[in-house]
Design a binder for this molecule. Structure first.
Ligand code: LLP
Length: 442
């Protein structure tokens, strides 16, 4: 079977494990990850971009489970971190410090200091003010800080407005017309070393020419830097490679590579990229159990035990996630999201049109609206697909709900890689009465 999540004999499997067995072991809701999907996607990028010697820095923010990070580190992956916490996670998981890049518009002196101390590969710098801050911290440590300038190439990634980052009106990166001045400042500051340029134009991009246009936009600047003898080594082309949320959506990574690799090669730079969703998105599902079936007015609400605190994407981006019963008798065998998926997204002929909702007190707490599915009963399991990226990573304790357990599957085996949060976990650090009271100063 070529897909890590697939139906066999009318039942959903992750790799070699029927996912119902996992739900019985851990309870629901639970995130189930296919380790092999993560590794396969990583290998696909390395292969597609082999001519530009790629360093894949997996974007931790998409899914930061330590067990998965460890598997990625063992496969030779680098990491893209956006906080001190993510740098720490990468190191805990066994990452080589020299394969960690550190991005984000608001790095604090404390975060910069920590990353310098660990010896990361470079900082992706987003503003003039940040250059000054990194220089000050490096000076205190008597160190040279490696930096890449994040350029905002003003390219439309053609994606959801909340995950578009490469247009001029977005808060990210440095405008091309200010970039020369930044490079000059790097030279003046002495303790900064410009190792590369960084681009990231948005997420869930499904047009292969968007990244290529971004590279074209910065090419004259790269040439100018080289003429000025800046020791440029890397072009970091960011992440954003789209995946299948709908059956058959998304592009093979080779389509991106076909347009990008020749351009990077012509520049004589080593390629670095920061994929998050492409590696993790279709490597995870959220398993949830039907609590009630509630007909109401013209509708049928399927109330499940997962909620917006567990998976926020539908509520805040109106994101589509395929959902289908774990037991689906009579369904032909096949990969759930593969081009020849046995699932009919339009629903079965004798299906019921449900709003699949969670128990949280908000109308926005839903996973699917007006979705035709096979009839489901209380206690049955529903799989929500493509939840490996920005699922658990964005989960919260809203409504004092513990976050779900996370399970990693590897072949015929699985293990609990993150325990379900208990209520005691959730309220840890809170106090009923003051430990210490402070008085306002006069
Ligand atoms: N590099 C940078 C600088 C980024 O800002 C991001 C994502 C990535 C890499 C990884 O992008 P990816 O390959 O995963 O598309 N929560 C949203 C997505 C936010 C993306 C933020 N930045 C969602 O659930 O769709």
């Amino acid at each position: 079977m070529n897909e890590e999540f697939h139906y066999k004999g009318g039942e959903l499997y992750c790799e070699g494990v029927p996912v119902q067995q996992i739900a019985m072991k851990t309870g629901t809701p639970v995130y189930v990850y296919s380790q092999n999907h993560f590794l396969k996607q990583h290998a696909a990028i390395v292969d597609a971009f082999h001519e530009v010697d790629p360093l894949v820095c997996y974007s931790i923010k998409a899914n930061s489970n330590l067990g998965l990070l460890r598997a990625m580190a063992l496969a030779g992956s680098g990491f893209d971190a956006v906080s001190k916490g993510e740098v720490y996670r990468a190191l805990r998981a066994g990452a080589e410090p020299g394969k960690i890049v550190f991005a984000g518009v608001g790095k604090t002196p404390d975060e910069i200091d920590y990353a310098l101390e660990q010896g990361i590969l470079m900082f992706n710098v987003e503003s003039e003010a940040e250059l000054e801050a990194i220089s000050r911290v490096a000076a205190k440590r008597k160190m040279e800080a490696p930096v890449a300038l994040r350029i905002n190439p003003d390219v439309d990634p053609k994606t959801h407005k909340y995950i578009s980052t490469g247009k001029r009106e977005n808060k990210f990166g440095i405008d091309l017309d200010r970039a020369e001045a930044c490079a000059k400042r790097i030279k003046e500051l002495k303790n900064l070393r410009l190792r590369g340029l960084h681009l990231h134009i948005g997420s869930q991009i499904t047009y292969a020419d968007r990244h290529a246009e971004a590279i074209d936009k910065v090419t004259p600047f790269i040439k100018s830097l080289k003429q000025q003898d800046f020791p440029l080594e890397f072009l970091n082309v960011g992440g954003g490679y789209g995946i299948s949320y709908h059956i058959g959506e998304g592009l093979p990574i080779a389509d991106f590579a076909a347009q990008m690799a020749p351009r990077i090669k012509a520049l004589g730079l080593k390629m670095l990229c920061e994929p998050g969703r492409f590696i993790s998105g279709n490597g995870g599902i959220l398993l949830t159990q039907v609590v009630y079936d509630k007909p109401s007015g013209d509708k049928d609400f399927l109330i499940v035990d997962a909620a917006m605190n567990d998976l926020l994407r539908p509520s805040i981006y109106q994101a589509y996630h395929l959902a289908w019963p774990v037991k689906s008798p009579g369904l032909p065998d096949g990969g759930a999201l593969s081009d020849d998926s046995p699932i009919d997204e339009a629903g079965p002929g004798d299906g019921i049109t449900y709003d699949v909702v969670g128990p949280v007190c908000e109308s926005g707490d839903y996973f699917a609206l007006g979705r035709n599915l096979p009839k489901m009963n209380e206690g049955e399991l529903l799989a929500i697909f493509s939840c490996g990226a920005y699922g658990m990573a964005m989960a919260s304790n809203y409504n004092t709900r513990g976050r779900p357990a996370e399970v990693i599957v590897d072949g015929n085996q699985y293990w609990v890689a993150h325990d379900r949060e208990t209520i005691e976990d959730v309220i840890r650090g809170e106090r009923l009465t003051p430990r210490e009271t402070f008085s306002a100063k006069a």
